[in-house]
Design a binder for this molecule. Structure first.
Ligand SMILES: [Zn+2]
Length: 693
């Protein structure tokens, strides 16, 4: 593609540049996960890197990009002759769209033709297209679970394996995997995080000079991409050469035993799971040494590698913020080191790659021949993501991801907040009893309610509605069996026509939208009770995280209801906002319900297949605003549960009235924990309850 933005012209983002380069130098590093807010040029820089990768030689007639020097022996387009001619093409950059189907990713096996004609027809997918190039997944956290599994399996094995019933195809699929995600929109499961070699946190620079330079270059590029690129061609060529040389050198780099012990010591101290972190860190340190031009891994190589390979592996709890405490890293490196970290790399860069021995960040220096005028001193080198990324203590006391961008909007104590407000800390979260949306849904896969899903257990068969994807073999054979004589079958083997084909109907679990409506008014604000209410909602949030739900949070107090967390997959943000939630004031319950009805209406338009579960956390008192009858009627038919927070010797059981209006079961706050039997969860709760009082 003409006009990719030059890699060397990217301002700042030094960690991201380094992580991409280390992967370009050594495929063993295992890919990069880029975490960060929107609008940080993540995709620009990934495209720019792809343009820097050495061209690949491929067999022209092969759809699977076999190397003529070393063709894949199992290639579906093979076998290839040893002397087959090759042609050079740039390394591919393939984008996997979030909404892609399984067929699009791994390729499509035509089961219909296999069964009816007995031929093996295979249409290669994106994994084949990305072989020997870059596979880029923007918003990887929004990708369907099942696709993520397929993708990471292929990335780990270097092979794409497609199997449908008894028909299977495999081909080589080795690619540099780059995923991006905005953590505000939901986390990756921890076991998937671990499958990315490196992670980088990016955020736009807060330095005005650097920001101005980014914009200046962008404007110049947009005005005239060709001449902008021409101005950076020298640096780009030098960078490409340096990557190619490092690739050559990487196999010869020595990893001394002392450095390996240092890696093991640091990984053990950060309590990472398994040995994958050690392996990735070692490979990244080797790549860093090669990139630097060194022959042997130094303590500084280990430090740079660990900084990128450990942050996402030391996470223990979904509410812990990611990131790595760099001063602790330095202490550990010194403790396990033997020699002092921070000794500079040998200045033996053979032909003076851009900027000498430092690293890729040096290539943005002011000497860049920018057409738009002089590039000023940007002062960028020291303000990169690793300094501004969130560093938090892992002492568990804390505010979790509360400094995520925007996390405090609308929740912190506002300047005009009444004096009666306060923030009460939550008690410890616990495992909650499971709540489900009744019936059978069609939502995105998850772990809450029953749903028709592409995976899961087979519950029946049907005539396929479109192209046959998941054949139900025995149903197909049963359909074909009665017609064998009339079709003129004479030998062995069933005669199958396409009218016989049946596909499997499968049932699994879906995730839901769990919308919390939490009473934060003065009547709830007795300290001990609010502690318990917050713990209950935190526990429900943790449960929602495990079940792959989207969550939203509405709170009401004073005279209004606020949507403090618009529906998102990021449970961290929900937890952070709940922890900061102040309480006090009157109780506009009707406003809370009305707000919930509005949110659900919009979400139904946005994501019709995702069924909502309303969780109203209240004592049922409404001391302000209109009557609840009308807004409750708006919510009729929505699956829900009322968590009754009333306590004390005199009970009004108002939450039960609300539950009855909503047609929802109610559960007492103290009966929310799992394993409590059904005692606290009563459908016709009122009678039972009045009897008990
Ligand atoms: Zn081939």
């Amino acid at each position: 593609m003409i006009g990719a933005y030059p890699f060397s012209a990217v301002v700042g983002l030094d960690d991201l540049k380094l992580a991409l380069i280390l992967n370009a130098v050594s495929p063993r590093v295992g890919g990069v996960l880029v975490r960060g807010e929107k609008g940080t040029a993540k995709s620009t820089i990934v495209r720019a890197l792809a343009a820097q990768l050495p061209a690949v030689k491929v067999i022209a007639a092969c759809r699977f990009s076999c190397d003529p020097a070393e063709p894949d022996p199992g290639c579906p387009d093979g076998p290839h002759d040893a002397g087959e001619s090759g042609q050079e093409r740039p390394a591919a950059l393939v984008e996997l769209p979030v909404g892609a189907s399984e067929d699009r990713l791994v390729g499509a096996l035509d089961i219909e033709r296999a069964l009816t004609e007995g031929v093996r027809a295979f249409e290669p997918g994106l994994l084949a297209a990305a072989h020997r190039g870059v596979l880029y997944v923007d918003e990887v956290n929004l990708l369907h679970d099942h696709l993520v599994d397929l993708l990471l399996d292929a990335a780990a094995l270097g092979t794409c394996f497609v199997e449908r019933e008894s028909v299977s195809v495999r081909h080589a699929a080795r690619f540099l995997l780059v995923g991006t995600m905005n953590p505000e929109e939901g986390e990756l499961r921890p076991q998937l995080l671990d499958r990315f070699g490196l992670t980088v946190e990016v955020r736009a620079s807060r330095n005005p000079d650097e920001r101005a330079e980014v914009v200046r270059r962008r404007l110049a590029f947009d005005a005239d991409p060709a001449s902008f690129a021409a101005g950076w061609a020298g640096q780009e060529a030098a960078l490409a050469r340096r990557i190619a040389e490092a690739r050559e050198r990487v196999r010869q780099v020595v990893l001394p035993d002392a450095r390996l012990r240092q890696i093991a010591g640091v990984c053990a101290a950060f309590e990472v799971d398994g040995l994958r972190a050690d392996l990735v860190t070692a490979n990244a340190a080797i790549a860093h040494a090669a990139w630097r031009g060194g022959a042997e891994v130094t303590a500084e190589d280990v430090r740079e590698a660990a900084r990128l390979s450990l942050p996402h592996r030391r996470r223990r709890d979904p509410f812990d913020a990611p990131g790595l405490d760099e001063s602790r890293l330095d202490d550990l490196l010194a403790e396990h080191g033997g020699d002092e970290p921070g000794e500079p790399g040998e200045p033996d860069d053979p032909d003076g790659g851009p900027g000498g021995s430092g690293g890729p960040g040096d290539s943005d220096g002011p000497e860049g021949p920018v057409n738009s005028g002089d590039a000023p001193e940007t002062g960028s080198a020291e303000s990169s993501a690793h300094e501004s990324g969130p560093h938090r203590d892992a002492d568990g006391s804390g505010t979790g991801a509360s400094d995520a961008p925007g996390a405090s909007d609308g929740t912190g104590a506002a300047p005009d907040a009444p004096a009666t407000e306060r923030v009460i800390a939550a008690a410890e979260p616990y495992r909650v009893r499971p709540f489900q949306v009744p019936g059978l849904g069609d939502g995105a896969s998850g772990r809450r309610s029953r749903a028709r899903t592409p995976n899961g257990r087979t519950t029946g068969s049907r005539v396929p509605t479109g192209r046959l994807q998941r054949p139900h073999l025995s149903a197909t054979l049963r359909a074909a069996a009665p017609y064998q004589r009339e079709r003129g079958r004479s030998g062995p083997g069933l005669l199958v026509r396409d009218t016989d084909l049946r596909e499997a109907v499968r049932e699994g679990k879906e995730g839901n939208l769990v919308l919390f409506v939490v009473d934060a008014s003065g009547s709830m604000a007795a300290r001990q009770r609010m502690r318990e209410v917050k713990a209950a909602v935190l526990s429900l949030l943790l449960d929602a995280y495990q079940r792959r739900d989207k969550v939203g949070l509405i709170t009401f107090r004073g005279s209004t209801a606020d949507l403090v967390l618009p529906p998102t997959s990021s449970v961290e943000v929900g937890a952070a906002r709940l922890r900061e939630l102040p309480t006090g004031g009157r109780t506009p319950l009707a406003a809370g319900l009305r707000r919930a009805a509005e949110v659900l209406r919009v979400e139904r338009l946005r994501d019709p297949a995702r069924r909502p579960l309303l969780v109203v956390v209240t004592d049922g008192r409404a001391t302000s605003g209109s009557d609840v009858a009308a807004p409750a009627a708006l919510l009729a038919g929505t699956a829900g549960v009322v968590v009754d927070c009333e306590s004390g010797p005199v009970r009004l059981a108002l939450a039960l009235d609300l539950a009855a209006r909503l047609g929802a079961p109610a559960v007492r706050l103290d009966a929310l924990a799992a394993g409590g039997g059904l005692g606290g969860l009563v459908r016709d709760y009122r009678t039972d309850y009045r009897k008990a009082v």
